[in-house]
Design a binder for this molecule. Structure first.
Ligand SMILES: C[S@@+](CC[C@H](N)C(=O)[O-])C[C@H]1O[C@@H](n2cnc3c(N)ncnc32)[C@H](O)[C@@H]1O
Length: 470
């Protein structure tokens, strides 16, 4: 479908002055699905990227309608904080006083007005229709009036009105402009360090709907065959990666049968880097210390099959361990439900240990539309403790001369550079950059931070460490 993205065209159409008194038409299925998704996210804590495909599938919404529902639902979730700031101004009352269903409809309407090419009159009347056929039909007039006020300014004009001035508080300004909570914009700014002049570019890339990346699991399907089946494009950097132009990857036979998987190219690159890093001595026992749901375990398991290695995969949550089992079926991977901090695995045994640590996921916000508004700085401290303990465990399990790949899908310095700086004694940093061949802009090393605005991947972090030989 043609995606209705881009600035709204103002002046071409006028929103209605008051809701029509005719019988409300049946709401269109795409907008209804988007609205129901917003309710599920708000009331049930649903994950948009898991809940929406189910809603669309259950209602048999496909093609153009599915594309519109996805754009509206994910776009509204991503922009929620910005939309709320504008709606609070436009409604002249604290949003906490609003009924939840009315609030959802306002967010959906404001998103269409400010961030799509849908004509203003269509955005307003379609939203008012949803309200008239929903649980609070009496709020239709209020919703109409607020959305009319929202439609009086373009998104940029609202940002100029509501955001801190760029001259005195650029981080605060860019945070609102790109619909990020301030603390996340600050964390990204800190991680960019000397390149913080890239902040707006980084936040803008993080505010886009990302392409789906597929991995052709080594030895199971060739990347060329996956390109043909998916009508996709060869990935720029990962030898196993394919970019999917559009559509539901679950409908591909290769994905449904496990020959291929959905996996960000950055995740592929960091897993491959650890497995391809130079090592002396034996290289047949590998460990994935935090494996669920198994994306990287499937890649390293497939490489283990090619190279005659065995993999142990640890996951603390039983249902995620089950997902790992499904992902690695037929591969030389043994899955254990265990706490990676205190396993019964033999110490100083593994040649390569992947620690893809539980993290805030701030590097994958593009793929989890509502996540930026759910996370809080408090979650960082908790995770840092867990990351530190898991790294201590990894250090105990790797053999002298063996390698640890410490990975996060977060660029937050507390979860990346600080963890590496405080690593257990006896772990020497290895320059990771040569093991991501062809990938540009990898910085000064020895660790690697990927970025959506630089490599088009999630913001994955990788540190490779070698345990010194006593
Ligand atoms: C970032 S995810 C790993 C993603 C995985 N490598 C992939 O590519 O699909 C981290 C995983 O660690 C698990 N986890 C959290 N605490 C753990 C612990 N103490 N021991 C083992 N696994 C843990 C989480 O349940 C989660 O599945």
């Amino acid at each position: 479908m043609s995606r209705p993205i881009g600035p709204a065209r103002k002046g071409s159409t006028r929103p209605p002055q008051r809701p029509s008194t005719q019988q409300p038409p049946t709401p269109d299925p795409a907008r209804q699905a988007a609205l129901d998704l917003l309710r599920a996210v708000r009331e049930d804590g649903a994950y948009a990227n898991l809940a929406l495909p189910k809603i669309l599938n259950d209602r048999r919404i496909y093609g153009r309608d599915a594309g519109l529902a996805t754009e509206l639902a994910y776009g509204t979730c991503r922009a929620m904080g910005l939309l709320d700031a504008i709606l609070a101004q436009g409604s002249g009352r604290p949003l906490a006083e609003l009924d939840g269903a009315v609030h959802d409809a306002l967010r959906l309407g404001a998103y269409q007005l400010l961030r799509t090419r849908i004509p203003a009159h269509a955005a307003v009347s379609a939203t008012v229709n949803l309200v008239r056929t929903g649980p609070k039909p009496g709020a239709a007039g209020f919703v109409n009036a607020v959305l009319r006020r929202v439609s009086e300014r373009e998104e940029g004009e609202w940002v100029d009105l509501l955001a801190p001035p760029i001259a005195t508080d650029p981080i605060g300004h860019y945070a609102m402009q790109t619909a990020h909570p301030r603390w996340i914009a600050e964390a990204i700014n800190d991680a960019l360090g000397a390149e913080s002049d890239e902040l707006l570019e980084a936040l803008t890339a993080d505010d886009q709907r990302p392409q789906v990346h597929l991995v052709a699991r080594p030895g199971r399907i060739s990347v060329a065959d996956l390109v043909i089946e998916s009508v996709g494009e060869l990935a720029r950097y990962s030898p196993y990666g394919v970019y999917l132009p559009d559509g539901d990857p679950g409908r591909l036979r290769a994905v449904a049968t496990g020959l291929a998987g959905v996996q960000d190219e950055g995740s592929q690159l960091v897993a491959l880097a650890l497995i391809n890093a130079e090592i002396e001595g034996p290289d047949s026992r590998w460990l994935d210390l935090a494996a669920g749901p198994g994306g990287k375990a499937a890649v390293i398991g497939a490489l283990a099959a090619e190279r005659g290695a065995q993999v142990d995969a640890i996951e603390i949550t039983p249902h995620r361990a089950e997902l790992v089992r499904q992902a690695v079926a037929g591969l030389p991977v043994k899955v254990h439900v265990a706490d990676g901090r205190s396993t019964t695995l033999p110490p100083e045994t593994y040649d390569r240990v992947l620690l893809d640590a539980p993290c805030t996921g701030l590097g994958a916000l593009r793929r989890r539309p509502e996540a930026r508004w759910r996370r809080s700085p408090a979650s960082v401290a908790e995770l840092v403790e867990l990351q530190t303990e898991l790294l201590i465990s990894a250090a105990a399990l790797v053999r002298p001369g063996g390698l640890i790949g410490y990975v996060t899908c977060s660029p937050h310095l507390a979860e990346t550079a600080d963890i590496v700086a405080a690593r257990p004694a006896g772990l020497d940093l290895v320059d990771a950059r040569p093991y991501l061949p062809g990938v540009p802009k990898l910085g000064a090393g020895p660790t690697v931070q990927l970025w959506p605005h630089r490599q088009g991947t999630d913001a994955m972090f990788l540190a490779i460490m070698r345990k010194s030989v006593r």
